[in-house]
Design a protein. Structure first.
Lengths: 163, 75
């Protein structure tokens, strides 16, 4: 794919892929569009994030492993931000340290669900860390594990957010 | 990155890494981004749909600073 002007940091993908060959995800084809069965306001929603957010007291993500941490954590969707912490060093947490919602909008999602603007939330949200150096392994293990957990939690729609 | 990984739908927030839902204490912006992203589930007509949020990082920061001042969190 060509680097286009809409990119915020043109050339970044190529630079990283040159330095760490094979570490960047490139898909040849688009995933077919899956239609919602019900409107968003009636669909049970979950949230999946690569922000490394996890409940305090759970095993911290291994942020210094040379090829990455391919595990995930369940984050109860009724958690207070004060009950959560971030274990990831690959993105600026200057905003999240003051208001976690800038990267993991757990309070906003709960408010919107309580107002009925969006559907009910799953019991858990899901979190992992990015900067894994083997995207094929990530797709084969972590992505499949999270997908299975998301389905088990009854999600009908998913909001995915990178960090 | 988004163009390379080819998700079926995406919202592009032109913000600093780690701030994809905006700036601290700007609840309105955080809500708008969530609703805009979920709206693509209903409104995207073809796979590969990437929606650009019509707000700049500078504008988000300005609004966030004003909110923090109104909350007494910043002088």
């Amino acid at each position: 794919m060509t680097e286009t002007s809409r990119q915020l940091r043109p050339g970044l993908w190529g630079t990283i892929n040159e330095r760490y060959p094979g570490s960047m995800i490139t898909k040849a084809d688009l995933v077919p569009l899956a239609r919602l069965r019900r409107p968003v306001s009636q669909s049970r929603l979950t949230f999946v994030s690569s922000a490394g957010v996890q409940p305090k007291g759970t095993l911290p993500f291994d942020v210094v492993h040379p090829v990455g941490d391919y595990s995930f954590r369940r984050v109860p969707s009724d958690s207070k931000p004060s009950e959560l912490e971030i274990h990831q060093i690959k993105y600026p947490t200057v905003g999240a340290n003051r208001d976690l919602n800038v990267i993991f909008p757990i309070e906003r999602l709960r408010e919107l669900a309580e107002e009925g603007a969006i559907g009910p939330l799953t019991p858990n949200f899901f979190s992992f860390i990015g900067y894994n150096m083997d995207p094929e392994r990530l797709e084969r293990t972590l992505a499949e594990d999270i997908a299975e957990a998301v389905v088990q939690d009854g999600a009908e729609a998913v909001l995915l957010a990178p960090a | 990155m988004t163009e390379h990984s080819k998700p079926p739908r995406a919202v592009l927030a032109p913000f600093m890494m780690g701030h994809h839902f905006g700036v601290p204490f700007h609840n309105g912006l955080q809500r708008r981004i969530i609703l805009k992203a979920l709206g693509r589930l209903e409104r995207a007509e073809r796979s590969g749909d990437i929606y650009d949020l019509p707000i700049t990082w500078a504008q988000a920061r300005r609004e966030g600073i004003a909110i923090e001042r109104s909350l007494g969190l910043r002088h």
